[in-house]
Design a protein around this ligand. Structure first.
Ligand SMILES: Cc1cc2nc3c(=O)[nH]c(=O)nc-3n(C[C@H](O)[C@H](O)[C@H](O)COP(=O)(O)O)c2cc1C
Ligand SMILES: CCCCCCC(=O)C(=O)O
Length: 407
């Protein structure tokens, strides 16, 4: 371990260590939120504004966190959110995460923008022997960005169906990339030896470097055409990620496209990035199977509600409808998970904690991150008087610090 690093016993320790392990452009890409990072901060702080209401004397000698997600049994409601470019943290990247998910029998969502292909990632997970001493299986879902070129999107859907992914998670909060200032300053780009592996064909490798080079070439040509001397240094005001999004991702995305995706696949569809009752109702009306309440880890529209604060209105809006509701954003501790479940989430997803685990020690680091928060959840459940997830109710949590009698 490097000087100043901690023997990690919490997600916060893993994050602390990652700060001295990762290269600055990767660290900044992972840790940043958009603009002032108000929402990024609030995602965690909002959990601290909630208080737990434990019940006592309930025989909590055995605690189980087993649950189902869209009909599949997994060991726990703690799941892995899609995060792009995991090989920036560790060379094994998405494969390491998939193996850790398999060992823990947890659900992993793979990003469209992975640095390992969808096929190679799930194969790595499937190669891990299944622990038969407990029920449940690892579960892999695929996160979809809808490309301007619908053929690219459709081909990807066919590939992930064949590979064995069990749901499509369509991210709907990213028509354009949020402005992450550190990435702009660093002129963030993927190192040349890594690719957006799902978009690599025999003939063309889609790297951000190639996109950026084309863009620079275009800018240079435009300057020359306007009579400027060639060779003048071009000062870019965006990360290459933002440029790639503008060139490839469809900002016209709307509810008809969600219906289109549903019409071309038998996989269940989860919409990721819902923050309001209004949109939750529209999602349920269109027939999606899942809603992931998310503000993209504070990386898109800065100033939106913390996800744990948006969760109740989404749940109220779809009460009685046949749709599962999950949340992500700021989940760092077992008590955070308990609070989200008490408000009514079916599961929670972890973004950055998995990256901090990967940076720590690849697959073992992700296993450690998952295990730390899993053990914290089990302890929190026992201390709150809950042996199984169905024992956790809305009465286990309240807003603010006033006793109920004074509210
Ligand atoms: C570095 C990074 C990359 C991400 N990449 C994606 C992505 O490719 N697709 C996506 O839908 N969300 C992406 N997200 C958002 C996460 O899925 C998730 O919503 C968020 O990280 C949850 O917040 P947390 O990091 O506080 O746990 C990314 C988040 C981070 C931090
Ligand atoms: C269409 C937007 C691509 C963003 C890719 C990665 C990501 O989601 C992030 O937050 O960064």
């Amino acid at each position: 371990m490097r000087p100043n690093q901690l023997v990690p016993i919490s997600i916060a320790d893993l994050e602390h260590n990652a700060y001295s392990t990762l290269a600055l452009n990767a660290l900044d890409y992972y840790r940043s939120g958009a603009n002032d990072m108000q929402t990024l901060k609030d995602n965690q702080e909002a959990f601290s504004r909630l208080r737990l209401r434990p019940r006592i004397l309930r025989d909590v000698s055995k605690v189980s966190t087993e649950t189902t997600l869209l009909g599949h049994t997994v060991s726990s409601p703690i799941c892995i959110a899609p995060t792009a470019m995991q090989r920036l943290a560790n060379d094994e990247g998405e494969k390491a995460t998939a193996r850790a998910a398999a060992k823990a029998k947890k659900c992993m969502i793979l990003s469209s923008w992975s640095t390992t292909s969808a096929e190679d990632t799930i194969e790595a997970g499937k190669a891990v022997p299944v622990d038969t001493t407990s029920t449940g299986l690892p579960l892999y879902w695929f996160q979809l960005y809808v490309y301007k070129d619908r053929a690219v999107t459709e081909q990807l859907i066919r590939r992930v169906e064949t590979a064995g992914y069990k749901a499509l998670v369509i991210t709907v909060d990213t028509p354009f990339l949020g402005r992450r200032l550190a990435d702009v300053r660093n002129v963030f780009k993927l190192p040349g030896h890594m690719t957006m592996a799902n978009f690599e064909t025999k003939d063309s490798k889609v790297t951000m470097a190639t996109i950026l080079d084309k863009k620079n070439e275009g800018e240079r040509a435009a300057r020359e055409a306007a009579g400027h001397t060639s060779g003048v240094k071009i000062v870019r005001q965006e990360s290459s990620l933002a440029a790639y999004v503008v060139s490839q991702i469809d900002p016209t995305l709307n509810w008809d496209d969600i219906a289109w995706v549903r019409s071309i696949t038998k996989l269940p569809v989860v919409v990721k990035g819902v923050l309001t009752a209004e949109d939750a109702k529209l999602a349920a009306d269109i027939g999606v199977e899942g809603i992931l309440v998310s503000n993209h880890g504070g990386r898109q529209l800065d100033g939106v509600l913390a996800t744990i604060d948006a969760l109740p209105e989404v749940l109220d809006a779809v009460k009685g409808r046949n749709v599962e509701v999950y949340m992500d954003g700021g989940v760092r501790k077992g008590t955070d998970v308990l609070k989200a479940l008490a408000l009514g989430a079916k599961a929670v997803f972890l973004g950055r904690p998995i990256l901090w685990g990967l940076a720590h020690n690849g697959e073992e680091g992700v296993t450690l991150a998952l295990d730390l928060i899993q053990k914290e959840l089990e302890l929190a459940m026992a201390l709150a008087g809950c042996c199984k997830l169905s024992d956790i109710t809305r009465d286990h949590v309240q807003h603010g610090t006033f006793p109920r009698s004074r509210l």
